[in-house]
Ligand binder design. Structure first.
Ligand SMILES: Nc1ncnc2c1ncn2[C@@H]1O[C@H](COP(=O)(O)OP(=O)(O)O)[C@@H](O)[C@H]1O
Ligand SMILES: [Mg+2]
Length: 266
């Protein structure tokens, strides 16, 4: 069953003010994508090919110039509240402790917003449970600067999930971290998904990360980005670092790399 659908989507930046410096940029061209409810999907491709743009289209932050984007059968016409997002650099508010950072969406998104006061205790419990899931029990009262980059990124994942979004959009969330921290977070994210089963779209240029985490990996060509290859990942879960050394894992990573270099040549 299709949950998110992109049909022949073009996205042109600067089309409204084409006379301005820079003119128009065709960022995404004829993109077609079908995403099932609860699927964990990865999008890989060269820098500047339109990966972040694809996420912005799904979140309703930009509107397509051609084609359509639908979520749950409805055309996306405004920024969606059912979406959680996390980016490369943790954007925790420095003056709030970790718990209050995680609970931030509940102050903004309905129906939580109007029920904030009466649900305060339950919400605190929800935040603590999520923090426990990512290995941050006992850190709720700390300030962001007291945590390492990897721990801040864990907290950011909790903040993205606290309002129980049906879609989690992750834009190179681990790119700024060292290899060991990043690989730790793969298992954290896998566990969150097995626990919560929301639809996750992960943008990454790390092919091992894509294969470790996703059920389906889509390769985009260089700009204007199109989907040029889709691979299913049949490696059993829970996947571990051991899985990354298995022949079928290694073969799939090679194959994806091959398609990315083909996509750069056109
Ligand atoms: N707000 C914007 N205005 C103009 N051009 C943009 C804007 N955002 C992205 N672009 C351009 O669109 C293309 C795709 O960008 P992006 O989706 O960020 O790529 P990726 O995430 O794959 O690196 C790039 O050439 C980028 O420079
Ligand atoms: Mg990007």
């Amino acid at each position: 069953m299709t949950f998110i659908q992109l049909t022949n989507v073009d996205l042109v930046y600067g089309s409204a003010g084409a006379k301005e410096v820079g003119g128009e940029t065709l960022a995404v061209s004829s993109a077609n994508l079908n995403i099932a409810l609860g699927e964990f999907l990865a999008i890989v491709g060269p820098s500047g090919c339109g990966k972040s743009t694809l996420l912005k289209l799904i979140a309703g932050l930009v509107r397509p110039n051609r084609g359509s984007v639908t979520v749950d059968g409805l055309e996306v016409t405004h920024p969606l509240k059912t979406v959680g997002m996390a980016f490369q650099n943790a954007t925790l508010l420095p003056w709030r402790n970790i718990r209050d950072n995680v609970m931030l969406p509940l102050e903004i998104v309905e129906p939580y917003r109007s029920r904030q006061k009466q649900d305060r205790e339950a919400n605190r419990d929800r935040a603590e449970t999520l923090l426990g899931k990512v290995g941050l029990s006992g850190f709720a009262d700390r300030m962001p600067w007291q945590l390492s980059g990897g721990m801040q990124q864990r907290a950011q994942l909790c903040r993205a999930l606290i309002h129980e979004p049906s879609i989690l959009l992750l834009d190179e969330p681990f790119a700024a971290l060292d290899t060991f921290t990043r690989e730790d977070l793969w298992s954290v994210l896998q566990e969150l998904w097995l626990f919560r089963k929301c639809t996750i779209i992960l943008v990454t240029h790390e092919l091992r990360e894509a294969v470790y985490l996703a059920e389906t990996v889509h390769v985009m060509s260089s700009r204007p980005g199109r989907i040029i290859k889709t691979s299913s990942v049949d490696i059993p879960r829970p996947r571990t670092l051991e899985s990354t050394f298995q022949p079928d894992f290694v073969d799939l990573v090679h194959d994806l790399r091959h398609h990315i270099s083909l996509g750069k040549q056109h």
